[in-house]
Design a protein around this ligand. Structure first.
Ligand SMILES: [Fe+2]
Ligand SMILES: [Fe+2]
Length: 292
């Protein structure tokens, strides 16, 4: 149960949650290997991906003069650090208890780190545009996930709160990288080019990891599970189907992430999260350390 008020005035709250995977079954998402390995694959790219987001935002931090945005950057960094640590713990459970993927974790981390190094060296503004794009994708995936109660209900209670928590915070800080990009003088064409690239890269990376996990788990031919996965992704109210309007909205020159109104969703899900798991608000202290 939540012990503290879960909302701070600036709207971006750094929370720490307590995890315990000792009772988590291997196919923790609806007893379905496709759904489970889909989220396992997303989780594999999160820790190093979120470090890349932080590096690209930090690169331009000095250009930001607005005190409110400075505070938001510190909170954004604090949130992403917590996400990275928690998903790392989850990924360790995946490889130690569910399916051996240590080599995939190492390779994925290396690829993302090297790509970030190259991009930050050659074109820091493109690195930031890539982050803006991926932040948009993660926030609309989060919205789609929280909009459909059956996703959360199908997940094992040891994992569902982690994804709810991460989704809430992705929505809370969805504008930060975008506003830093604008402050850094980033333009429209670079932004939408990287949005298109990010959509392809993310899908390719996740599909590759997911197939590899299903193969190692000897579950690739569980066709019924595969059909359920396709329906939950691409069906009428599927995860991907539902996010398409918000995805294309970002191609408008006048787009800003705040145009997608998610206030009511955030209020109801932060309350729900408090009833799912122990949440500690660690905001200012952790965010300050992260930003220094
Ligand atoms: Fe995150
Ligand atoms: Fe994020």
């Amino acid at each position: 149960m939540g012990q503290q008020p879960n909302k701070l005035p600036n709207g971006i709250v750094v929370r720490k949650i307590e995890t315990d995977f000792s009772s988590t079954p291997r196919h923790w998402f609806g007893n379905n290997p496709y759904l489970s390995h889909f989220v396992n694959s997303l989780s594999l790219v999160f820790p190093e991906g979120e470090r890349m987001f932080v590096r690209s935002v930090k690169h331009f931090q000095k250009l930001v003069k607005d005190p409110a945005l400075k505070r938001d950057i510190a909170a954004f960094i604090g949130q992403e650090m917590m996400h990275g640590d928690t998903h790392e713990a989850f990924n360790n459970w995946v490889t130690e208890e569910a399916i051996e993927v240590r080599d995939l974790i190492t390779r994925t981390d290396e690829r993302i780190r090297k790509s970030a190094d190259v991009l930050l060296e050659k074109s820091p503004k493109s690195a930031l545009a890539f982050t803006v794009a991926l932040e948009h994708l993660t926030s609309i995936i989060a919205n789609s996930y929280l909009s459909q109660r059956n996703f959360v209900d199908k997940m094992h209670p040891s994992v569902a709160p982690i994804l709810v928590w991460h989704a809430i915070e992705e929505i809370e800080h969805k504008s930060v990288a975008f506003d830093v990009y604008v402050a850094a003088g980033g333009g429209y064409f670079r932004r939408v080019l990287w949005l298109a690239i990010a959509a392809v890269v993310l899908q390719f990376a996740v599909a590759q990891l997911m197939i590899s996990m299903l193969w190692r788990d000897k579950q690739l031919t569980r066709f019924k599970a595969g059909f359920e996965f396709i329906a939950m992704m691409y069906g009428r109210r599927g995860l991907v189907t539902s996010l398409l309007p918000s995805f294309f909205l970002a191609f408008l020159p006048s787009f800003h992430p705040s145009q997608i109104d998610e206030k009511a969703m955030l209020v109801s899900w932060t309350t729900a999260l408090d009833n799912m798991i122990k949440v500690n608000v660690v905001g200012a202290k952790v965010a300050k350390q992260a930003a220094s």
